[in-house]
Design a binder for this molecule. Structure first.
Ligand code: NAD
Length: 508
């Protein structure tokens, strides 16, 4: 079709083409960077069948956790050897800046895969439980067995990382998996599949099917042979995934939207809080589910804080994401740009003041990119739509409050509960507030510090289940209880409740 690279799907350990293909374009220039095979229902069937066969033959689950870990490590090492190439690909497919791609988007992906390899080595897959002595002496085993065929549906904002958060624990636990990337950002995940192929992962253990969410994603969510689905994306699609999963009672993990409340107390270190608050809402141009997008500032420091925030915001450089001097890049698509612009217009219509609006790049070669300059709104109240709905762009909404109780009430007055933060020079006071926040994560004097060793996930409509940490692996295993009798003594068993012994019968 063109001279850009063409990517095929990865199914049953082979690259598989399709009659149709779709385009992947760079968000900064809207340039065609690759074409990709369009998967259909037949491709999903093949991938699920391959994953099911690999599960049933035991080619993966019967390896020792150490052997599985070694292969996961090899995949991570393969990607680490190509980190510059993968980071550039990530920049091209989703508009992340090269600085954030090499650290957060690709760097974390490699590190987190290694974390799951280590977790496989240390996780207790089989253990004896407490001694059983009722009614007779017995031993109990608890085995954590793989669920079977898993499906992962990944979004476009952190395409490789959020796929790794599904692939890592699924494979560490001995499952097989079919993963579907977003059609805007399938390339880095297909490169992970290439790394897996080169690292000796058995065929069928990892399969990648590219194609429309409404076809490929929807079928994976309802497929009777898929026993677990993990989804990251919008709350709306997450609900349809959960409904579809009900048909065969799949296990479900959902990572959905957020409207992170970022609380600046009156005793905060303002230099730290100003820079941290910009970081909180501008990483990935605000297209991160755990961004700090509602900034709650104590009234006694509000005006000074806003002045300092605006002064620092003026130094943020929008531009070519491949340029290491660039701070933030474009939005993913024209659709996302229009969505964010509607919210900016809505904020103005509802009476908020724009305290700051940046400017978009003027270079001719970036003219076709999906640019939205950062906007900081003041004068907002928590009942406004711009304070309640996920905008997913570089838009910050500042709300004034008068005491700690009011800050907690405002923060918790949301259908979301993914992330929150508190800025204070008094850790005890900040921790007291952190304990009261309805949120899966709370950062004190920081933001975006997602850590592989700790659980990540949301409360309320931000999701179900946890990714990362040992909790992530718990989502991919079925605990099995094995009872072993230790007496061999029939007389003292519970059988008599139903099955009287011949002696008992003759006595009656
Ligand atoms: P989306 O929810 O439509 O897409 C996420 C993934 O789900 C993609 O892989 C997509 O192909 C797939 N999908 C789409 N329809 C599906 C279906 N019926 N069944 C199964 N899978 C399906 O997200 P979007 O439309 O690209 O973005 C819209 C909004 O979602 C954003 O503005 C943002 O608010 C939110 N979002 C959140 C996250 C997050 O990290 N929580 C990520 C992306 C988008």
């Amino acid at each position: 079709m063109t001279d850009v690279p063409h990517y095929e799907m990865y199914i049953a350990g082979r690259w598989r083409g399709a009659e149709e293909s779709f385009e992947v374009r760079s968000p900064a220039r809207n340039e065609l960077i690759a074409t990709v095979a369009t998967g259909d229902l037949a491709a999903v069937e093949e991938a699920v069948a391959a994953a099911k066969a690999a599960h049933e033959t035991g080619v993966w689950r019967s390896k020792t956790p150490q052997q599985r870990a070694d292969i996961l490590d090899a995949i991570a090492d393969n990607m680490a050897a190509r980190i510059d190439e993968l980071s550039a690909l990530q920049v091209n497919e989703n508009g992340a800046t090269v600085r954030s791609a090499s650290t957060f988007l690709v760097g974390y992906s490699i590190a987190h895969l290694k974390y799951f390899a280590n977790l496989a080595r240390t996780y207790v897959f089989e253990a004896t439980g407490p001694l059983i002595d009722v009614p007779v002496l017995g031993a109990g085993l608890i085995r954590k067995e793989p669920v079977g065929v898993c499906a992962g549906i990944a979004p476009w904002n952190f395409p490789l990382l959020l796929a790794v958060w599904k692939i890592g624990p699924a494979l560490a636990a001995g499952n097989t998996i079919v993963v579907k990337p977003d059609s805007q950002t399938p390339l880095t995940l297909l490169e992970l599949a290439r790394a897996a192929d080169e690292s000796g992962l058995p065929a069928g253990v990892l399969n990648v099917v590219t194609g429309p969410g409404s076809v490929v994603g929807a079928r994976l969510a309802e497929h009777p042979d898929v026993r677990k689905v993990a989804f990251t994306g919008s709350t709306e699609v997450g609900k349809t995934v959960m409904r579809a999963a009900a048909d065969n009672v799949k296990k479900v993990t959902l990572e959905l939207g957020g409207k992170g409340a970022n609380i600046v107390l009156d005793d905060a270190d303002l230099d730290l809080a100003v820079d941290g608050s910009l970081f909180a809402f501008l990483l990935m141009s605000g297209q991160a589910c755990e961004s700090g997008t509602r900034l709650l500032v104590h009234e006694s420091i509000h005006d000074e804080f806003v002045d300092r925030l605006v002064a620092r915001a003026k130094t943020i450089k929008l531009g070519d994401p491949m340029n290491p001097a660039t701070d933030i890049g474009p939005l993913i698509s024209e659709k996302q740009k229009e969505r964010v612009e509607k919210y900016i217009a809505l904020g103005q219509e509802t009476g908020c003041k724009i305290a700051y609006q940046g400017s978009v790049p003027t270079e001719a070669d970036l003219a076709e990119g999906h640019w939205v300059a950062p906007v900081i709104f003041t004068g907002a109240t928590n009942d406004m739509r711009i304070a309640r709905e996920e905008i997913f762009g570089p838009v910050l909404v500042i709300i004034r409050y008068s005491d700690d109780d009011e800050a907690v009430t405002i923060a918790n007055d949301s259908e979301y509960g993914l992330s929150a933060g508190v800025w204070s020079t008094n850790n005890e006071r900040a921790l007291g507030i952190a304990r009261r926040l309805d949120s899966g994560t709370v950062w004190i004097n920081d933001w975006h510090m997602v850590n592989a060793m700790y659980p990540f996930g949301g409360v309320k409509q931000s999701g179900i289940g946890r990714e990362l940490g040992p909790d992530a692996l718990n989502e991919y295993v079925e605990p099995k209880f094995v009872h072993i009798d230790m007496t061999n003594d029939r007389a003292r068993r519970a059988y008599a409740v139903v099955v009287s012994a011949p002696a008992d019968v003759s006595a009656s």
